[in-house]
Ligand binder design. Sequence first.
Ligand code: GLV
Length: 338
Amino acid sequence: MVSYMAKPKVYITRELPERGLNIIKKNFEAEVWPEYAPPPKKVIVEKVRNVDGLVSLLSDKIDSEVFNAAPRLKIVSQLAVGFDNIDIPEATKRGIYVTNTPEVLTDTTADFAWALLMAVARRVVEADRYVRTGQWKVSWHPSMLQGRDVYGATIGIVGAGRIGYAMAKRATGFNMKILFYDVIPRPEIEKDFGAKKVDLDTLFKESDFVSIHVPLMKETHHLVNKERLALMKKTAYLINNARGPVVDEKALYEALKERRIAGAGLDVFEQEPTQVDNPLLKLDNVVVAPHISSASYETRSRMSEMVAENLVAFFEGKKPPNLVNPDVMKVRPLAKQP
Ligand code: GLV
């Protein structure tokens, strides 16, 4: 693609799956942070001094400190659908394009939310521990490890975008009643699955499973708080594989510990990685994972390819397929980069 001699320079904050990395290495002069752990902020600030593009992950904070250090930076290509780690208004103001990797991970992420939901409701992790730790001493008992039915229950989907829609699709296979809340109209989820739009309080009151699928923004920070948790049924479960800070973790811990709600399935935390002394981890009615909802081989590989495609398109003077800040085109109109 890029026909000029000097290739644009790109810094990549982690080793990406090969499929995308190979495309980037072919088209750009690329440097990759080689460690498993993220580069410290000061390394990112140092590395961006001379680059035209940056490939970021959701654990990299990309803010004005980074932009100030990067006079040549024109595009941040993020390997994730969420981009709350990037200061979008600052990027736009400076003419820096920001892209993400939506859609490809929708079903993979919904599958994992479903796995958490099934695991906590039917006590799969507890059951596994029960067997492995020698607690299974009686062959069968009617009250052994009883859970709650998923089939026929009511699911409340908070955020009915792509992943929320995919949750509703799965819920129909379980003959569930589907409630949803969204700030924008979502006629397709109503039409396709008979989902009913309700206000947030009604959703929390009536659902057996409350599943969170909103992006993290000012408006959604601690959207699940003490008051909303208090509305939930004692037999209900909270599922969150969106972003940790959407849930007030302390309030969730209290609700779970006092058995005011039945359980939670969490792939995301207020601080990541969460520490082993997080009190939530002491509770049997919580199933946890380390933010891996989109982590299938196929999806991560395709995500890396999308990261590369967004970069390539931009440097060819085309609108990147997954541009999240289209206003930037007014600040830096598309043009084949010299
Ligand atoms: C993962 O959390 C993502 O935003 O892709």
